[in-house]
Design a protein around this ligand. Structure first.
Ligand code: FES
Length: 168
């Protein structure tokens, strides 16, 4: 049924004109973009704040091994700083030890110590890390392994903090 000015009846009852519909769509798009931008801005602030707080994170001070507990060229696994953060301690000589996170910086596979090659190796994509400083020797990882800073106290090796390594 048509009204007097050849408009369908529904148009009279819903008096939204085509131009108005476009205007509403543009306004909705603007609102959507504004809210999305605001959401991204708030998300970035949250990530920034979280990173800032992590920089000041305190690490537990924990004995991880006794001196001489493992032979030269051997490994002891331990968890640090949290209960699910696997790390490995390597006795590299009679009197020196190093410890790193066991999580590969590429896609998080567990790295292991190759005594034959004297390096840390990731079996997933052949990523190799230096036992000396955790730097990348080969493969897809771009970041070195995070190092566990150790101290000697009496006859014990103590983990005191994690140290993110500068990229090489
Ligand atoms: S996960 Fe270690 S090299 Fe890819």
């Amino acid at each position: 049924m048509k009204s007097g000015d050849d408009q369908p009846l529904w148009r009279e009852e819903f008096s939204v004109r085509k131009a108005d519909e476009n205007y509403v769509s543009r306004r909705q798009l603007t609102k959507f973009l504004t809210l999305t931008s605001l959401g991204m801005f708030v998300g970035n602030l949250w990530i920034l704040g979280k990173n800032w707080m992590n920089k000041d994170a305190t690490f537990p001070v924990r004995a991880i091994a006794r001196l001489g507990e493992i032979p030269v060229g051997s490994v002891k696994l331990f968890e640090y700083p949290g209960p699910k953060d696997q790390c490995l301690l390597v006795r590299t000589s009679e009197d020196s030890y190093v410890a790193y996170s066991q999580k590969c910086t590429h896609l998080s596979c567990a790295v292991y110590y190759s005594a034959k090659e004297n390096r840390l190796e990731c079996p997933c994509h052949q990523g190799y890390f230096s036992i000396r400083d955790g730097s990348v020797l080969q493969g897809p990882p771009t970041r070195p392994l995070p190092r566990v800073v150790l101290e000697r106290r009496g006859s014990e090796l103590i983990a005191v903090r994690m140290q993110d390594q500068p990229e090489g």
